[in-house]
Write a protein that binds this ligand. Sequence first.
Ligand SMILES: Nc1ncnc2c1ncn2[C@@H]1O[C@H](COP(=O)(O)OP(=O)(O)OP(=O)(O)O)[C@@H](O)[C@H]1O
Length: 574
Amino acid sequence: MIDKRLLQAFPDSMPGIRKNIFCQWIGLLANTALSGCIAWLIARTMAGAPVNVGATLLIMAGCIVVRLIMNQQATMASFSSSTVVKEQMRDKLFSKLVQIGPGYLNRWSTAEIVQLFGEGVDQLETYFGSYIPQFFYALLAPLTLFVVTLFLDWKAALVLLVCVPLIPASIIAVQKFAKKLLGKYWGQYTQLGDSFLENLQGLTTLKIYEADGLRHQEMNEEAEKFRKITMRVLTMQLNSISVMDLVAYGGAAAGILVALGAYQSGTITLFQTILIVLLSAEFFLPMRTLGSYFHIAMNGMAASAKMFAILDAPVSTRRQSDLSGLDTLALRDVDFAYEEDLTLQNIDLVIEKGKKTAIVGESGSGKSTIAKLLLGQIQAKKGTIEWNGTDLNDIQLASLYAHVSYLGHESTLFKGTVRDNLRMADPTHLDEALWRALQLAGIAKDLEEAQGLDTLVEEGGANFSGGQRQRIALARLLLKSGDLMILDEATSNVDVETEDRIMQVVRSLRDKTILCISHRLKNIVDADVIYVLQDGRLVQKGTHDELVQTEGRYATLWNTQQALERYSQGGQYA
Ligand SMILES: Nc1ncnc2c1ncn2[C@@H]1O[C@H](COP(=O)(O)OP(=O)(O)OP(=O)(O)O)[C@@H](O)[C@H]1O
């Protein structure tokens, strides 16, 4: 009924939990005293005996005030313990994802992460703020009341105490089933989130291909599955609450019946009988409340299982070394697989300082996978990647990113100003340096006509064209003083003018170490060394002149692309 690991993971929540239990217990004592006063007043009045009403009412008012204060304190303690847990859990998850690096996207989807960070963590609020304190209080309260009722009538006290464990027994009975069901519920929930996000992001494509109707139907089916499982969870919760109510009220009735029997036979007084009647419900209430928190807490436990899966994900502990400037970067006999089949096989590749290295090959041959390996986003299955002879797995990701800059085919711009986006590369750059980079990237004129460096960038750079976004990203790349520049199909999504500008800039960077990944061979003809990739294997290596003169994959690709180019310029495809 208690997830030990979850409890042990947040020791800072314990003071709040202890305070909550203590306040509830003092409140229970105040309530017992209040019931005692009520029973005393009724019994004395019915017996026609003198009663000091004023003093009794004063004591009763005192009990009510204590109870109210204790309730308020317990609520505050609950808030403080759950806040600590939520803050720390989000912190732990975030640090872990930072440790794993961008490669976390290979293991979990964005929607899953967002749901766990948001609603998943919120589910822990009930677990720590209400369920855990209630669990211990629900053990303490019946024992306390048992001691009190023992002085009134031991038989009734015993019956009440014996009936209390029937509630946790019924909870345990549904726990196994509930755990399975909630595991499925969370699976369905994240799956629905994944599809929703994907369909929303690709809505334009779906509309263009008139596939939105089909996706709509699929989403409806998934939503229906989620509705059904939600209803199953609710039904399970309601049924188990009904069972708990039956046990609670049945148990209280049994205790009351025993007390009434004792009163009839003259073993106990009217005061004792009334007090037992008043206290009997109190015996069961804490367990009953525990039962109602239980299902929400189980949901928190199911979510926490997913969170612990992230926290337990293996992270290389080898990443200790810092990088020095680049002399050589080499892939030595590297194999890699996303799934079972190898995506890359026996890759031997060397990137030398100050040289321009190119990787070419058809779509799906594994070019971007090599870039991901060099960026530490994925790990080789076999072989090593060595930066000046040091295994990349031993190098801290932060140190690696300080030395490497990257421009992909779809660059991300962030909400803010153009200046904010450029300064990401290096916050010490002055405006002059930013303008120089923008001029080189061929976007300075467009920005001068707008608000210059203060031009606002909307989320994802939505207020710029694809080409403009890529040019701003190129300027950002130029501002970063890394040792290695990786361009992965940096020109594949842009207009011819932007493509020419990007390649012109790359050609002008004479002393830079550049890795250029491209399927358009005309962009890499001047590379110092070209590696040709086919179906995950390196099949050729050399300069452009060497490769076109040799019969092989490169010459075939070159001839095909040249023919296509002539054709697009109005010539003949031959
Ligand atoms: N995250 C992934 N999970 C599973 N398979 C993947 C993943 N990313 C890529 N692949 C597969 O790995 C192979 C190589 O992909 P990669 O993106 O490296 O090719 P590429 O040569 O860069 O292609 P392109 O020129 O089209 O970008 C492809 O068959 C692709 O389907």
